[in-house]
Design a protein around this ligand. Structure first.
Ligand code: UDX
Length: 442
């Protein structure tokens, strides 16, 4: 089937590549000319494992093309996915102006039936506004449908997630729209045997915000418990394992650390809170989730400060800038909280990240980067771990101790075992794991 995808960010590009891989004919549209030029030269605007090969393969096979024109995209296919950004607006609510613009331009250019599918994370009942917009700009009485198909891809494992989703959620209200979407997803549903859920559009829209907020809540919950662990000598890893084996709770998303980041959780939790306020229900539970997340970063900063006392002129090696391993994305990453603070306190920074350096440098230019974690840690007064990259997990601890000036490791991702680290002579501070330590009431 012919499909147009508007927006070539993470979601749009991965979805476009995936659809072409399963045999559809896809046109990806973006109004950023330089991005489209790059894509036509087969250069990827983002790092995602397996994406480049898949894009190259499908462009060569003639199933994937790029354009800057929504007009062209509207003429190309009956089904048009909207995968443009919904960044935080004036008060933290999701800014829907890009979504609106796509609706308007499709309406102005369509000559026969079109199905417009919301793929971007949108506020519940965006479909109503989209329909109104379409009706305003349609010249004739051309039929159209709007549907919702929220995306649950995780950065770093997006390709795997696309082919093996836990479920596919589709919000539809017409048999024709439902049929088209079923046809598009049929190969993935058949091969992965995942659940294909059809529901009304508002439910599909809400499912996305509810899912991301719930996951963020799980992380903040375990982070809150980690604080109690630190005060009582309990070990958060053991507690998380103990509760996670209960199937009703589940093992995933119970890793305590320096808080969640990325392009989705912070933005979606915020937008969900605003949405609740707007409809007259205060999602206080999520306000607390946000507070805990910020507090977790502040808490780690206090640990670093406590160990170093004075930060001025201290050499600090920061391992990991991306918001999680497997991506070069630094949006809302913990590094964006710590590094400005450390610079303000006049610490001397040495940075390492295997792929996020370029993106980080665009935000904080002129900092010192190193090729390997060990080079980064050489002669440092302390190490600060912010991303659990495999290169950090596999660090040779003997060599690490040898290269450091002072063997202080502040670990925001619980990469190492506290007992072993202490045995090796490190001063090791991590999250919710201080077995045998006296109660610290601070
Ligand atoms: C998330 C959702 O998982 C995905 O379904 C949605 O489509 C987009 O948002 P992503 O932002 O790629 O995906 O990352 P994810 O793997 O969910 O991690 C988000 C953040 O939470 C990261 O900063 C990660 O380090 C943190 N995290 C995750 C924890 O701190 N603890 C955990 O147990 C899990």
């Amino acid at each position: 089937m012919k499909i147009t995808i508007v927006g070539t960010g993470y979601v749009g590009l991965v979805t476009g590549a995936t659809f072409s891989e399963i045999g559809h004919n896809v046109m990806c549209v973006d109004n950023d000319e330089s991005k489209v030029k790059k894509l036509k030269r087969l250069e990827m605007p983002i790092y995602e494992e397996g994406l480049e090969d898949m894009v190259k393969r499908n462009v060569k096979a003639g199933r994937l093309s790029f354009s800057t024109s929504i007009k062209e995209g509207t003429e190309f296919a009956t089904v048009i996915f909207i995968a443009v950004g919904t960044p935080p607006g004036y008060k933290g609510e999701a800014n829907m102006s890009y979504v609106e613009r796509v609706g308007r331009e499709v309406a102005e250019n369509m000559k026969s039936y079109r199905l417009l599918v919301e793929k971007s994370t949108v506020i519940v009942n965006t479909n109503q506004q989209l329909k109104r917009t379409m009706n305003k700009y349609l010249e004739d009485d051309i039929p159209f449908d709007v549907a919702s198909n929220p995306e649950f891809l995780r950065e770093g494992t997006a390709i795997k997630d696309a082919f093996h989703p836990d479920r596919i959620v589709v919000g539809v209200e017409s048999p024709q729209g439902a049929k088209l979407l079923r046809e598009i997803y049929e190969p993935i549903v058949t091969s992965s045997k995942c659940e294909y859920l059809e529901m009304n559009i508002a439910s599909a829209e809400l499912t996305k915000h509810a899912a991301n907020s719930f996951l963020a809540m799980k992380i903040s919950f375990i982070n809150a418990v980690s604080r109690i662990c630190e005060m009582t000598g309990a070990d958060i890893k053991q507690v998380a394992h103990g509760i996670g084996l209960d199937e009703r709770i589940g093992k995933s998303f119970l890793y305590a650390g320096v808080g969640y980041g990325g392009s989705c959780f912070p933005k979606d939790v915020d937008a969900f809170i605003r949405m609740g306020d707007e409809v007259g229900y205060s999602l206080n539970i999520l306000k607390e989730v946000q507070k805990i997340n910020i507090n977790q970063r502040e808490h780690m900063m206090r640990k670093l400060q406590h160990e170093l006392w004075v930060l001025e002129d201290k050499v600090i090696a920061v391992l990991g800038l991306a918001f999680k391993p497997g991506t070069d994305d630094v949006r809302e990453a913990p590094s964006l909280y710590f590094i400005p603070q450390l610079l303000e306190r006049k610490a001397k920074l040495k940075l390492w990240d295997p792929i996020a350096r370029e993106k980080f440098d665009q935000i904080h230019p002129g900092l010192s980067y190193f090729k390997t974690p060990l080079e980064c840690c050489k002669d440092a007064d302390a190490v600060l771990i912010l991303t659990e990259w495999p290169e950090v997990r596999n660090l040779d601890l003997k060599k690490l101790k040898d290269v450091l000036k002072v063997p202080i490791v502040i670990d925001g991702r619980n990469v190492f075992e506290p007992v072993e680290m202490e045995k090796r002579g490190f001063i090791y501070k991590c999250v919710g794991r201080e077995p045998g330590k006296p109660i610290d009431k601070k």
